[in-house]
Design a protein around this ligand. Structure first.
Ligand SMILES: Cc1cc2nc3c(=O)[nH]c(=O)nc-3n(C[C@H](O)[C@H](O)[C@H](O)COP(=O)(O)O)c2cc1C
Length: 208
């Protein structure tokens, strides 16, 4: 594996009770020579991204400077993006919330995804600036939305994450599913054991 310094972007607010977090910790334990930095999105202070700040995006798209009144917000957004891009890759823990991703993770993605910061547009074509990096998604949910299953059409979680990562240039994406996490204790335990086994296999692959 080329990636050695990874940002663990924690999308679940459930701390030690988080099932995606449990599987992430198992994966991290299997990659002792990798450095992981934790970004707990539900505790982190994200840059302001509301009201007039959003007009800055339209200024950037038009190739203009952001308005001086929101420059401090955009400096914070640029710093958050530089921090994100400084890693070799990312480990995202992503529970499914209402068929999609938790709002705090979506907010982080909205903070990061701007022209000149994580992508550029050249001759009408989008070029992701995170090209060559790697992403691991630990995706949990009560529903089993895996490809080929009956709930596949409800996947606005993993499909969304992959679409966004592709947009910023990341094509090397590994997914570990933790699901279904709703059912009898035996069913949930079976889902956890399957996810741990997948995490162990992935760690072994990434150690090579
Ligand atoms: C606000 C909220 C909405 C949820 N919506 C869904 C959903 O649409 N589909 C689903 O499969 N599970 C849904 N769940 C269940 C979680 O995805 C599931 O409990 C998952 O294992 C949580 O992962 P975590 O323990 O790492 O936070 C939802 C949970 C919460 C808190």
């Amino acid at each position: 594996m080329t990636a050695s310094r990874l940002l663990h972007v924690e999308g679940s607010p459930r701390g030690a009770r988080s099932r995606t977090g449990m599987v992430a910790r198992r994966l991290i334990a299997g990659l002792p020579s990798h450095d992981f930095e934790l970004l707990d999105l539900h505790k982190a202070a994200l840059p302001r991204f509301e009201g007039e700040t959003i007009e800055g995006r339209y200024a950037l798209i038009a190739g203009e400077q952001v308005d001086p009144s929101v420059k401090a917000d955009w400096d914070a957004i640029a710093a958050a993006t530089a921090h994100f891009l400084s890693f070799d890759g990312w480990l995202f823990t992503v529970p499914m919330w209402n068929f999609g991703i938790p709002w705090r993770l979506k907010q982080y993605i909205d903070v990061l995804t701007h022209p000149g910061l994580t992508f550029t547009v050249e001759d009408g074509a989008v070029k992701g600036l995170a090209e060559g990096k790697q992403a691991i998604i630990i995706a949990g949910g009560a529903l089993d939305i895996r490809a080929g299953g009956p709930a596949e059409a409800l996947d606005f979680q993993v499909a969304y994450m992959k679409a966004w990562l592709g947009f910023i240039g990341v094509s090397d994406v590994h997914v570990v599913h933790v699901r279904p996490t709703y059912g009898t204790p035996a069913e949930v335990e079976a889902a956890m054991q399957a996810a741990y086994a997948d995490a162990d296999t992935l760690a072994a692959d990434l150690r090579v």
